[in-house]
Structures are given as C-alpha cells and as structure tokens.
Design a protein around this ligand. Structure first.
Ligand code: URP
Ligand code: ZN
Ligand code: ZN
Length: 464
C-alpha cells in the first residue's frame, strides 16, 4: 500500500491546531508528529501555508432521490464527485421506505444507486414512512446493517408525514437499538391549511412557498418532537433548522440537559426571504423546506453555531434543474420540486463566513463540518478527526485562495447555483479519501465506485 508524508502543514482538529507532519500508510493515518523523516514514505507532499483538515462530512444529502415523477439531478456519481471537490469525503444520504414496503427493500435500492458510482464513502439514514408493529423489528435490522439513524417527517401530509404515535413508537425503539431519530420538524397539517387557502386565493408564485410556512409551525414541531423524545428518554436530532423560533426550542431543551441536537444549512445562514421577495419565478430556485426566513434569523443561527445550540452544518443537497424540473410548478408553487443544491460549497461558505468573518474559530469550523457529524452519526474516530489509526480522509485546505461560486464552473449536475457570485476566501486544494488522492489542485482524479458503504455505530446520539 502507498505511503504519503505530508510535511509542514497545520493540522487542525476540533480541539487543537498543531504544526506537525502527517504520515499516511495505506488507508489510514499512521503517525502525526513533528520531524517525520522524508524516508518514511514513498511520496512526500509539502503543505507549507496549507491547513490539514479532516475530510468534511455532509450528514444530509439527497442523491438520485425520487420526487413526484422526477428525481434529484445529482446521482451518486456526480453528487459525490462535487462533494469531494469541495472537501467533503463522507456523506450520509437518505434511503426512503415506500409506504407499505419493507425498509430492507429501500436499503437494497439505495445500495444499488450508489454501486459503481459513489466517489467517496457514504452512509445511509432510513426515511420511515410507515411503521406497523413489525416495522419496529425492521428498524433493528437496519441498525444491524449500519443504518444507525432514521428520519421521520412531521410535514408533507399524505406523502411522507407520520403521526405522533408513529414518531413516539420509533423514538421508543431507539432506546433499545441505539439509533438516532432525525426529525423534519414542521407542523404539516397546519401548513397544509394555509397552503390550500393561498391556492384558493390564486397565490401560486414561488414566494408563497415561504409565506405559507410560518416559523412558529417549525418551532411548534421542534418543541413537540423534543417533548416526545424526552418522554421516550432518547436523544433526538432536528434536521435543517431554519429559524430563531425553532432554535429557541432546541436551546431551552439543551439548557435543561436534554440530548437534543440540531443542524442548520448554509442557505439559512446566508440567504433570506428578503433576497427572494422580488425575483418572481426565479424564486423557484429557492423553494425548499423549511423555506428561507426573514434575514433577522441569520444572526441568531450564527449565534447558535457559536454557542453549540446547533452542532452541525449539513447541506440538505437536493438539486432540481431550474429549466425543466422546477418548471413543474410554474403555475402552482406546491408542484415545484422541493430542494436546492449545495454539496460542493459547504466548506467554502462556512470557512469564509464562519472563520473569515470572525463568527468562530477554525477548530469550531472543523467540528461543525466534520467532527460533530462523525460523532453524532456513529463514525468517530474512523472519520471526523486527524488522528493515528483514523481513516486518512483529509483535505489540504488553502485558506488564502479566492474563489467565486458559479453554476458556470461548479461540478454539481444542476443548472443554477443558490450562491451564484458569492466570493469566498479558502478552498480545498487536495483531497485524500482513505489514503487515496482523489482531488488534486481542485481536479477530481478518483474513480467512481471507489466509495464504500459505511456501517455506522448506533448510540452516536449518546454523545453530548
Ligand atoms: O426541500 C427539501 N428540504 N427537500 C429535501 C427533503 C427534505 O425535507 O429534507
Ligand atoms: Zn426534511
Ligand atoms: Zn433533506
């Protein structure tokens, strides 16, 4: 197996920054210390001026995801390639149990989607859409297969939404099998009434997607989800948290010592309702759920990241092309496929706006984009840290590179960027996955299909 010595870089982990050399032997990190001789490795890389970061972990992606007769535009090949170029070496995608079918069928389907395509390692969450009593054992079977987390929806009635009894049963089962419930927390029934009223009044433009989903509907669901987890005595993870109202619920729960975790996404930190208020049909590019919020929420989310009320930043990457897919909702915002692209830009945006603008340290950045998701989702210390024995998933990060985000140059298979024209300082230069150089000077040089399925450990949610 090849050995690589990376010299003269700054090795950044969530809890430290050290100037040392890092020796990769095969797929893992063999040694980290100052003064490892060049003779120790077949290849020597000079990382002077660069940071060595643990590879990014994006715990929320939707590749090749079916949606209303269409599917998300990136498959496991194009999506994971774009992720790697942006410095992400692991994703956790979502398999979806079709109603009335076994979770096993969904798992097999998603493995097939990834087979021969995934460019980086990937885990899977399971979206639970129905849970007869026998389904509780299916959950245990999934955990044995390394699916250590399940997503449930409190929104999208008649499609994905499950009732409180189902949620509570699933939560209680995780007390036995150690899995973590991830919650899409919005009050779908209330939202549906508001949506139907808007349509009846002829309000069909994309902006009404946002205007029909109040932040209180998110906060109420977050509160209810955490309350049910408290009764069941288990941890809970709120996905794609978007607003101050919802954040307050998580903060209060954590202040009471409850194991409530939450993620937010770059779109909620950097884009706002005000940005899309006057752009008409173009607003379809920003139709995702929860929707964009009033700008005043952004500072609260940054505060939440700083204070550890929010633990993770993921992308919720779920791309649909503007020209032909978002167009399905031209006359009715409820038919616009929900989701936006971002898998490639998460580290760039968080580094620039988080570290560069003084919101938090480089170590907290690493924690938010890699270490915390590794811990919470049962991948640590194999992933999420630069340490002896860990997988050699690492990014040589150039903190001084100036880069402008654009659909013209990005690698995601989608015809627009949510962050078009955003200028960032800091970018991934070289990326290693299990010791293999897969991105060199920003160019992907790995092979599709080299990514492995990750069997994740349960009880990651026990981490606080
Ligand atoms: O609009 C979104 N977020 N689409 C992806 C599905 C989900 O709810 O995460
Ligand atoms: Zn969701
Ligand atoms: Zn999602």
């Amino acid at each position: 197996m090849a050995s690589v010595l990376i010299q003269n870089g700054s090795i950044v982990n969530a809890d430290s920054t050290v100037h040392a050399d890092l020796l990769i032997d095969g797929a893992t990190i063999k040694e980290i210390r100052a003064g490892i001789p060049a003779s120790a490795a077949q290849t020597v890389v000079d990382a002077r001026g660069l940071l060595l970061l643990p590879g990014g972990i994006d715990a929320h992606t939707h590749l090749d995801m079916p949606f209303g007769g269409s599917k998300s535009a990136d498959d496991f090949e194009t999506g994971t390639r774009a992720a790697a170029i942006g410095g992400t070496t692991t994703i956790v995608d979502f398999a979806i149990q079709a109603r009335g079918t076994k979770m096993r069928t969904a798992l097999d389907t998603w493995w097939k989607k990834a087979e021969g395509k995934a460019c980086i390692d990937y885990g899977l969450h399971m979206i639970v859409t129905d849970l007869p009593d026998a389904g509780l054992e299916d959950m245990d079977e999934m955990v044995r297969e390394g699916v250590a987390s399940f997503k449930l929806f409190m929104a999208y009635p008649n499609v994905l939404m499950v009732d409180d009894a189902t949620i509570f049963k699933a939560l209680r089962q995780t007390a036995k099998n150690g899995a973590l419930i991830c919650m899409h927390a919005e009050n779908g029934s209330v939202i549906d009434v508001i949506v139907q009223q808007a349509l009846a009044e002829g309000k069909t433009a994309p902006i009404y997607h946002s205007l029909t989903r109040p932040t209180v509907a998110e906060a109420e669901a977050v509160h209810r989800a955490i309350a049910m987890a408290e009764i069941a005595g288990v941890p809970i993870y709120i996905v794609h948290l978007s607003s101050e109202d919802a954040l307050n619920q998580v903060r209060e729960a954590r202040d009471r010592g409850l194991p409530a975790f939450a993620e937010t996404c770059p779109q909620y930190l950097l884009l706002s309702l005000e940005d899309v208020a006057d752009i008409g049909w173009e607003g379809a590019k920003y139709v995702f759920t929860p929707p964009l919020r009033e700008r005043r929420n952004q500072a609260k989310l940054w505060d939440g990241l700083r204070a550890d009320h929010l633990q993770v930043v993921s992308t919720d990457h779920c791309p649909f092309c503007f020209a032909d897919q978002k167009a399905l909702g031209k006359d009715d915002f409820t038919k616009i496929p929900n989701g936006g692209p971002g898998i490639e830009n998460r580290l760039q945006l968080l580094h620039h706006h988080g570290v560069g603008q003084g919101n938090f340290s480089i170590n907290r950045f690493v924690e938010l984009v890699s270490t915390a998701p590794a811990r919470i989702f049962g991948m640590y210390p194999k992933k999420g840290v630069l340490a002896e024995g860990s997988d050699a998933d690492l990014v040589l990060w150039d903190p001084a590179e100036d880069y402008t985000i654009s659909a013209a140059t990005h690698h995601m298979r989608v015809d627009y960027s949510m962050f078009e024209g955003f200028r960032v300082r800091g970018n991934a230069r070289d990326v290693y996955s299990r010791g293999e150089l897969i991105v060199s000077k920003g160019e992907f040089i790995g092979k599709p299909g080299r990514g492995n399925y990750l069997r994740r450990d349960a009880r990651g949610g026990a981490w606080t």
